[in-house]
Write a protein that binds this ligand. Structure first.
Ligand SMILES: C[S@@+](CC[C@H](N)C(=O)[O-])C[C@H]1O[C@@H](n2cnc3c(N)ncnc32)[C@H](O)[C@@H]1O
Length: 230
């Protein structure tokens, strides 16, 4: 079951021009399996080769239009960032923002997160995983599409180093509770949700995106969650 329904991949105008100009610099060429967002299970990511250095590595799942990851990368030039999404127009905007910010510490992967975490990323190779506002799939019959599940948690645990953090945020209360319940039952993770409300304090490294602003405008409460890899 995929966590997304793929929207248009055809780029036009500025997005097409940015894709053509900037892919060579930012986009990782992913060996594919079956399908255009798939990953060849035999492929492995060599972060040192990708970035030309060894540095702490943060992977953002579902980077969307890229605002959070570009701001974070510009603020932390000593850390490397991989932005992951299946939404090509968003990735094109992200690359444009990275270029404008002069960020050399970002690479983009256009692929399905469970496959990237299942095989492409090496075990214990990642310092932090970020997942901000994953699609909430509010209808009950769609809940099975949600990315946060015990099996996906195992894949995140596989790639995080001991002591590494998985940071999540959502504006969907019932998904926040599902995340807390699901991840609280995963032995590989120690919860660090030490805010007064039983969630984590707002992560200071997370800027407010348009997506978050819409949630707030609609009267929703934003929840942060944090888990430490044991
Ligand atoms: C609701 S948006 C949030 C975007 C961004 N994090 C923000 O806060 O504005 C969720 C994003 O997750 C991406 N996504 C959903 N399922 C995915 C998957 N299996 N692999 C990679 N990206 C995925 C979607 O394409 C979308 O861009």
């Amino acid at each position: 079951m995929l966590s997304f329904v793929r929207r248009g991949t055809r780029l036009q105008g500025k997005q097409l021009a940015a894709w053509e100009r900037l892919s060579g610099r930012y986009l990782m060429d992913v060996p594919r399996g079956d399908g255009e967002t798939s990953v060849d299970p035999a492929a492995r990511l060599d972060a040192a080769a990708l970035f030309g250095r060894r540095a702490p590595l943060i992977v953002e799942i579902g980077a969307g239009l890229g605002d959070a990851v570009v701001a974070a990368a510009a603020a932390a030039p000593e850390t490397d960032f991989i932005a992951l999404d299946v939404y090509r127009p968003g990735l094109s905007d992200l690359m444009r923002k990275a270029d404008r910010a002069g960020a050399t510490n970002i690479r983009v992967i256009e692929a399905n997160a469970p496959e990237v975490f299942g095989t492409l990323l090496r075990p214990g190779s990642v310092d932090e995983v970020w997942m901000f506002f994953p699609d909430p799939w509010p209808k009950k019959r769609h809940h099975k599409r949600r990315l946060v599940s015990p099996s996906f948690a195992d894949l995140v645990a596989r790639v995080l180093r001991p002591g590494g953090r998985w940071r999540l945020a959502t504006d969907w209360e019932e998904y926040a509770e599902q995340m807390r319940e699901t991840l609280g039952g995963v032995a590989a993770f120690a919860p660090a949700n030490d805010g007064a409300d039983g969630f984590a304090p707002r992560f200071a490294g997370r800027i407010e995106t348009g997506f978050e602003r819409k949630g707030i405008a609609a009267g929703r409460i934003i929840r942060d969650l944090t888990y430490v890899r044991r």
